[in-house]
Ligand binder design. Structure first.
Ligand code: SF4
Length: 255
């Protein structure tokens, strides 16, 4: 499946030997799951209803090489927190064999990563839309943000990524401290791409987060959503982002 997700321009393809998720995020149905359903309607009943399931026939599928800052987004159509450990090991074994390819694997329950040892060509990611736990149960059944943050810290893996998207109202100092402690290779930042009536922060606060993290040397990639596009004039791309956008793909793993 080719990557059509705005957020992950650096993703060369999506690879889904496992798909589906039961975290039931409020914003997922109207955005991400709509895209999946278009394809799944004719191809996979389980993908259509988004129930966690395996696609072993994809374990051996051909995968493109990745260049500088690029990756293959693995299990992007779900969350591997719901994947059997034995099967997750098979997925990781394939990644391990592809040393000249970089993979991205995300979970909203990052303690799941501690079930397996990942090779250096895998970037492990989690979503932290906010640092605030209060009221989060109305957004998702996934572990609360503070639990996720603490669990992600226990994952002993060098290449990490944090997604602050769709951004929910947050406490600036706390969010910055969390990112500092996780020390990710990149941070994705963006508003909700649909009208899900989420408790969003104002633009000024998001700009502050972007600016302060960038100033500390973190690579912050702005997602191009309705808000980001509107904000382009007001929120200039950093030099690093311009460099990435204009960079010709080369080859090489994340580490
Ligand atoms: S964790 Fe991701 S895939 Fe699962 S419901 Fe939430 S947004 Fe959708």
């Amino acid at each position: 499946m080719k990557n059509k997700n705005n957020m992950y321009k650096l993703s060369v393809t999506q690879w889904n030997p496992f798909a589906g998720c039961s975290h039931d995020c409020k914003y997922c149905k109207s955005s991400f799951q709509v895209q999946i359903k278009r394809w799944a309607k004719k191809h996979c009943d389980k993908c259509y209803i988004f129930v966690p399931h395996e696609h072993p026939e994809r374990l051996g599928q051909s995968l493109p090489t990745t260049g500088y800052m690029q990756f293959i987004f693995a299990c992007s159509s779900g969350d591997v927190a719901f994947c059997r450990t034995e099967y997750l090991r098979e997925i990781v074994a394939r990644m391990r064999r592809e040393r000249d390819r970089t993979f991205m694997l995300q979970s909203k329950d990052p303690r799941t990563f501690n079930r397996v040892t990942f090779p250096g060509n895998v970037i492990l990611g989690t979503t932290l839309e906010t640092n605030r736990d209060r009221g989060y149960e109305a957004i998702s059944r996934a572990p609360k943000p503070s639990r996720r943050y603490l669990d992600f810290l226990t994952v002993k893996h060098k290449a990490k990524m944090v997604t602050v998207e769709p951004v929910l109202d947050f406490d600036l100092d706390m969010m910055i401290a969390w990112v500092e402690n996780i020390n990710p290779r990149m941070v994705w930042l963006g508003y909700d791409s649909r009208k899900n009536s989420l408790p969003e922060p104002d633009l000024e606060k998001v700009k502050q987060l972007h600016w302060q993290l960038s100033r500390e040397g973190f690579l912050v990639v702005l997602k191009k959503t309705r808000d980001a596009r509107r904000n382009v004039k007001r929120c200039k791309q950093t030099k690093v982002e311009k460099k990435i956008a204009g960079r010709r793909p080369g080859r090489g793993p994340a580490e």
